[in-house]
Structure formats: C-alpha cells, structure tokens
Write a protein that binds this ligand. Structure first.
Ligand SMILES: [Zn+2]
Length: 420
C-alpha cells in the first residue's frame, strides 16, 4: 500500500513515534494486568476489614478483562490510523467527494465528516462488547440493545447537528482569513466550548438521562447545609436515572455561571449513607472552590492554542502531507491529519496532566475533610471502589501514567492523615 514516492523523512519519524508510543502503551497495559493478577489472592492490608475477598477478586478480573479489550481496541486504532494516512484512506475520501462537483467547502466538509462517521461506527462493536459482554458478566449492565442503539443514534445526531456546523465554521475561517486564521479559529472554538459547557446540563445531558430535582427530606437538608457552609449557590440538586444503563455510581457537578447543577446518580444515592453522600459532594465542591475547573479550562485552552499555532505552521509544508500519505493539500486535509496524528506525538503529556489531576484530587479531598467528615468520605469511597469493581492494587507506573485519581490506598492514607 505504501507508494515509494511518499516515503520521506517525516514518514519515518511518524512511524518511529507510532512504534514508541504504542510500545509504551502496550508495556504499561501488560504491567497493569500482571500487577493486578499478582495481587489477586489477598485483599491489601489497608482494606482487610472493609472489602471482602470475592469483591477484591471480582475487581481484579474486571480490570484485567477491560484491559484486554483496551489492548485489542488500541491495535485496531493503530491499523485504522495507518489505513487512513499511509494507506491512502484520507486521500480517497477527498477524491471521492471532489468527484461530486460540490463547492470546495462542501467537498471538504463531506470528506472530513465521512472519516469521523466511519470512526464512530467502527467504535460500536467495541462498546457493544464492553456493555453486553463485560459489563453484563460483572452485573453492571442495565442497558438494553434498544437503549444502546438509541444512545448511538442521539450521539450521531449531535455529531451532525452540532459538530458539522462548527467544522464548517472552522474550515471557512481557515480558507478565508489568511495567515492568522489559527488565532481566529482558536478564539471561535473556545467561545463555542464555553457555550457548550453552559448548555450541557440543561440542553444536552437531558437528551440521554432524566434529571429529577431531589425530594425534600433529611438528605436535601443536609446537602443544603453543606452548600451554605461553603457559600455555594447552585441552580439545583438533581438525581439522574443512571441505573437505566449501568450499576456504576457517581456524582458530579456541572455547568457554569448561573447554570450550575449538582447531579447524583440514583445508584449512588441508593448505596451510600447520607453522611457519605455529603462528604462525596463536599469533594466535588472542593474542585469548584479550589478553581480546578477554571485551571483545567485555561490549561486546555492554552494547549489548543499551541496546537492551532503548530497546525498554522504545518499547513503549507509539503512534507507534512506527503509524509503522511495524503496527496490532497487542502486546509481540511491538514486539519483532519493533525487531529488524527498529533496524539502519536503527545503521549508524553499524559502523565503530566494525570499528575496535576491527582494533585487536584488531593486538594478536593482536603476541602472535603474540612467541610464534612473525612471518615465518611473514606467509607463512601471504599463502597464506591467495591461497587464499581475498581482495583485496589493498580500498577504504580500504569496508574501514574493513566489515572486521573490517586490509587485507592494512597488516597485513603491521605484522608486518614486529615482525621487526627
Ligand atoms: Zn475529584
């Protein structure tokens, strides 16, 4: 499939980066699976009194099985990336759409959308297997096939209704504004993403789930007490029907400005005591009070700006296109290539961002310890680890690289130090 003329230095750099990043990911995943299996026989000392051996072993098996599916998924991802780039897939998409004789914007839009839609469709078998084989086997799946395909259809609909106009706007900016297009495209994209996070709780999330205001009662009183103690205003406290899809429980805090919502999964409310729910919410409020949401937003907007600036530099370099097997030198092809290929070169960023996320988790835990009971956050977390079958014994390197939350034992030891 490789045409000789396309082989240039950048092809070799790309292939080396792909081999290195895939090898690192694969090695970490192997470490994680063997570490978890090596610690499967006994519950770690810190959890001896709170977690039973069957639950510990279930978490180990669940982690290993999800890991294996992840390995297959990433091999398929590499093959697909190679087919699209050096295999000529992107070139083919652009050639196909230009044969229809549409305007250049519609041609570009059609080609980019075709690649995204194929990528989305190719992910369906993996999520089907994840949901109806793995989640089913461990008792987490509550979804039906009808629900699953309805979710897929809504996601695809959102991709077309929201994603396509945004893509059209970015492509139009790239084609019309001149050499500083990347700055304008970045500003527009940031404005849209702020608008989306503002609209998410009231417009997008309700497409997938039902949100019911929390009923009056002791739990609501307790939560309102916590909110006023922390000087916090919110549009409301809602229960989400997470149980219609999965037994996994969670709580989150969403929206911005005057459109903020606190959301508890019904599964979480059913499994934790009121004081534990209060402590979990105090942790989520901690993220807000320590301005983590804002810091993450600023960091990601800086990263996006840097990416756009790099793309602005790459866009007129022939070697960028030919080195990645693309013979259509359009702005749209450059944008598509950049989105597909940049993760290969930015893997080293992942442990750095995971490090900051874990730092934020400790800070939010500190906030929770000051405004609710650390002991209740611990007991709530242990229940969550157990009910979600999260492993208590992750590989230290794997978790340093991938985990947005500190490993269970470290996190709980930190909370215990706050109790005295
Ligand atoms: Zn957190």
């Amino acid at each position: 499939m490789l045409r000789h003329s396309l082989m240039n230095t950048f092809t070799i750099i790309f292939l080396i980066a792909l081999v290195i990043s895939s090898a690192i990911q694969h090695w970490l995943s192997m470490r994680q699976k063997s570490f978890v299996l090596d610690h499967r026989a006994a519950v770690p000392d810190a959890f001896k009194d709170t977690v039973g051996l069957p639950a510990h072993q279930k978490a180990a098996d669940y982690t290993v099985e999800k890991g294996k599916l992840g390995d297959i998924d990433s091999i398929l991802g590499i093959i697909f990336l190679l087919v699209l780039t050096l295999g000529g897939g992107i070139s083919l998409a652009f050639k196909l759409w230009s044969s229809f004789g549409l305007s250049s914007l519609l041609t570009d839009l059609g080609a980019v959308a075709t690649v995204f839609i194929i990528m989305t469709v190719l992910e369906i078998p993996t999520s089907l297997y994840q949901t109806f084989v793995i989640e089913e086997k461990y008792g987490f799946n509550k979804s039906t096939k009808a629900q699953f395909f309805k979710d897929q259809a809504i996601s695809m609909g959102l991709l077309i209704v929201i994603g396509m106009p945004i893509l059209a706007l970015i492509l139009w900016i790239m084609d019309s504004i001149g050499s500083l297009w990347w700055l304008a495209a970045w500003a527009v994209l940031m404005a849209i993403s702020l608008l989306m996070s503002w609209l998410f709780p009231t417009v997008i999330a309700p497409l997938f789930n039902k949100f019911t205001p929390m009923e009056d009662g002791s739990l609501k009183d307790r939560i309102q007490g916590l909110l006023s103690r922390c000087g916090f205003n919110s549009d409301g406290i809602f229960i989400m029907d997470g149980s219609k899809r999965s037994g996994h429980g969670n709580a989150y805090f969403t929206g911005m400005g005057n459109n903020k919502r606190i959301v508890f999964y019904d599964t979480l409310v059913d499994s934790l005591e009121e004081e534990e729910l209060e402590a979990v919410l105090a942790h989520e409020l901690g993220h807000f009070k320590c301005k983590h949401t804002r810091k993450m937003l600023i960091a990601s907007s800086i990263m996006t700006l840097i990416s756009f600036a790099i793309l602005g530099w790459l866009i007129d370099k022939d070697w960028f296109f030919s080195g990645l097997g693309v013979d259509s030198h359009s702005n749209a092809a450059a944008l598509l290539l950049f989105m597909l290929v940049s993760p290969v070169f930015t893997l080293f960023m992942q442990p750095i961002s995971a490090f900051f996320q874990r730092k934020f988790e400790f800070e939010a835990d500190d906030f929770a310890s000051n405004n609710a009971k650390a002991s209740k956050l611990i007991s709530g977390l242990v229940k969550l680890y157990e009910e979600n079958a999260n492993t208590l014994t992750p590989d230290p390197l794997y978790s340093a690289f991938h985990y947005s939350h500190p490993p269970a034992a470290i996190r709980i030891a930190h909370l215990e130090s706050k109790m005295s």
